[in-house]
Design a protein around this ligand. Structure first.
Ligand code: SF4
Ligand code: SF4
Ligand code: FES
Length: 254
């Protein structure tokens, strides 16, 4: 590209801003010179360095969250031109130079594009998404895991709790009790592990409670937006079977 035309080209942004968790959101427009190789985070950093809006008026720097900058932590998840995705991996050469940025709608806004994903982490706690060990001493090698389970677990372990699937799920919203696709599918990961399986029933029982797997409407929106290709709907179907068997044998045990 000719240097002169590159200098003329601009990146135009329309950003949904919100000053406090309870204040009314508003839109603000920005324009910065185009430089090849930008991603959405580097554009936001440019605005942070020199926070002037498109009218040339000084404004507050836009607030967002990021950490890894390589689509691993999920912190920079936002709506970019209406689609939920990570800002760090959104290259302008792919998403275009006219951007509309909004915070995701399923978690409360902290400020501007920064949201509080605590509800998703609380749901992971509720389903006991961990493997308990009973001490810090060396207990030797753990039990072997079948390669088929390792393979399935690997794909589930790729979840980075970004919340894209929660944003896309019609059953999940800030007021619903539904645990949501990401925390539910992690039950399968921890139940597959030979040590984690010791708490298998407890986790499945939680999925039978209010907000559990029965509230999934099988719309399959979640799997379409997952940036890590976590097999969400296949796993939800497997868990449905696990929950039904657990309910049946649990009833016989009573
Ligand atoms: S399952 Fe996929 S979309 Fe959902 S939180 Fe995990 S990585 Fe994100
Ligand atoms: S399949 Fe279930 S979890 Fe996934 S989007 Fe639909 S309702 Fe939500
Ligand atoms: S900064 Fe970690 S996923 Fe974007």
């Amino acid at each position: 590209m000719e240097e002169s035309s590159m200098a003329e080209k601009q990146i135009k942004l329309k950003i949904k801003r919100q000053d406090t968790p309870t204040s009314v959101p508003y839109w603000e427009e920005f324009a910065i010179p185009y430089v090849p190789g930008h991603n959405v985070i580097s554009v936001l950093m440019e605005i942070q360095k020199n926070p002037l809006n498109a009218a040339g008026k000084k404004t507050t720097p836009v607030v967002w969250e990021c950490n890894c900058l390589e689509e691993i932590c999920g912190a920079c998840t936002m709506l970019i031109n209406g689609s939920v995705r990570q800002a760090c991996s959104a290259l302008l050469d792919q998403v275009g130079t006219e951007l509309t940025l909004e915070p995701v709608s399923k978690f409360p806004v902290v400020r501007d594009l920064h949201v509080d994903r605590q509800k998703m982490f609380d749901a992971l706690k509720r389903v006991k998404a961990w493997i308990p060990i009973d001490g810090t001493y060396d207990m030797g090698e753990g039990p072997h895991m079948a390669p088929r389970d390792q393979e399935e677990g690997y794909h589930l372990a790729k979840c980075m709790t970004c919340g894209c699937c929660m944003e896309a799920c019609p059953q999940y919203n800030p007021r619903s009790t539904f645990l949501g696709p990401a925390p539910i599918t992690q039950v399968r990961l921890f139940n597959l592990h030979p040590t984690g399986a010791l708490n298998r029933s407890e986790r499945l029982e939680i999925l039978m409670e209010e907000g559990g797997i029965a509230e999934c409407g099988n719309a399959q929106n979640c799997v379409r937006v997952c940036p890590k290709d976590v097999p969400l709907t296949k796993t939800l179907a497997e868990l449905n079977k696990d929950v039904n068997l657990e309910g049946f044998f649990g009833f016989l045990k009573k």
